[in-house]
Design a protein around this ligand. Structure first.
Ligand SMILES: [Zn+2]
Length: 352
């Protein structure tokens, strides 16, 4: 029973028990690919009738920890490790992955803004449609792994995307706690059209995504934090067996710190063409009024350097990778740490 959406096709059998690696292929008739199928790995491990997790990476092509984690899952897990079903897509937007790029070089498409996709439209729209119609409806849990990409660095953090739906908030809160990354960024009710998260929720999946470091490289501690977090999620959700998690060295989850990435997050933004000197590191705790970035005029040595200060106390959750900036470029984001009471207020406001 093959899967098809527009020109996207996969012959992978997701139903039968066993461990299988295949691809999904996409047709795009430009100069390079006119006589090709643009292929991306798609794998399944089905061990039993338990729940299904769809785990994706390479949604953005310059984010690498997740791509390694998804491929490592296929390397180390056998059919007997899996109580349910794992569907693995480590390089979701392969044209972007091949070119180490956030977006697809074929059509400029950002896959994470392309859902629910469209058949026979652009390559990125077609991949989104394939995921939305052929993969997400088969999943109970969807996991989409991100990093900061070439342009930014993040603290290791799950996303808790607030929803008006109390049941969804309860589930995402649980998943973020179980994943146990050092931080969980709480974001307001989504106004980002076309992202993977909304497609997953539209398909009725529980959904968690995360950021694991960034700057267009692989960071070992982010890789291992993400790896253990994914295994914790899979055992907690009944997708892999407890003995497997034990064999792979999974520990109980540590506490996660909830960070406000909503209207109280402080975006430090350049207002001039400058060379930026960071005065803080990723994950630093800063006080209100503390200098966090020093900007020097690109053209004049006579200009006095200008310090930009934090408008509130919090943690440096996102840091820009490059140092030459233009007006409007964000340099860092300082997120207030949320107490349980603060978090409960945000949740109840979202549900009101
Ligand atoms: Zn991303």
């Amino acid at each position: 029973m093959s899967m098809n959406f527009g020109t996207v096709h996969s012959a992978l059998n997701l139903t039968a028990q066993g461990k299988r690696a295949d691809v999904f292929g996409l047709t795009h008739s430009d100069n390079r690919y006119g006589f090709s199928s643009i292929q991306s790995p798609l794998c399944v491990i089905r061990g039993g009738d338990g729940p299904t997790a769809l785990i994706c990476a390479g949604n953005h092509g310059d984010e690498y920890e997740g791509q390694i984690i998804v491929r490592r899952l296929f390397d180390v897990l056998t059919q007997s490790d899996v109580a349910g079903r794992l569907i693995l897509a480590p390089a979701l937007n392969m044209p972007a992955v091949q070119s180490c790029s956030r977006i697809s070089p074929l059509d400029g498409g950002n896959l994470n803004r392309s859902f629910p996709g469209a058949a026979y439209a652009s390559p990125t729209q077609e991949i989104a449609g394939f995921v939305a119609t052929q993969l997400l409806p088969k999943a109970d849990l969807a996991i989409d792994l991100h990093s900061g990409g070439s342009g930014s660095n993040y603290v290791n953090a799950a996303y808790f995307c607030l929803s008006p739906d109390p049941a969804r908030n309860k589930k995402t809160y649980e998943l973020a706690q179980v994943m146990g990354l050092a931080n969980t960024m709480v974001v307001p009710v989504s106004d980002t059209p076309g992202d993977f998260d909304s497609a997953a929720h539209n398909a009725g999946c529980a959904m968690i995504s995360c950021e694991l470091s960034g700057e267009g490289k692989v960071t070992l501690d982010a890789l291992e934090a993400g790896w253990i977090g994914i295994l914790r999620l899979l055992v907690h959700q009944g997708i892999i067996h407890a003995a497997t998690a034990e064999r792979l060295g999974v520990l109980p989850q540590p506490e996660t710190t909830f960070l406000d990435l909503g209207e109280n997050a402080d975006y430090i933004t350049a207002q001039s063409h400058s060379l930026v000197e960071p005065l803080v590191s990723i994950g630093n705790h800063v006080a209100k009024g503390e200098p966090v970035m020093r900007l020097r005029d690109l053209y004049s040595m006579d200009e006095v350097p200008k310090d930009l200060c934090s408008k509130r106390e919090g943690k440096v959750a996102i840091l820009r990778a490059g140092a030459i900036v233009a007006p409007g470029d964000h340099l860092c984001v300082i997120c207030p740490e949320l107490s349980k009471a603060d978090l409960d207020t945000l949740i109840s406001d979202a549900e009101a």
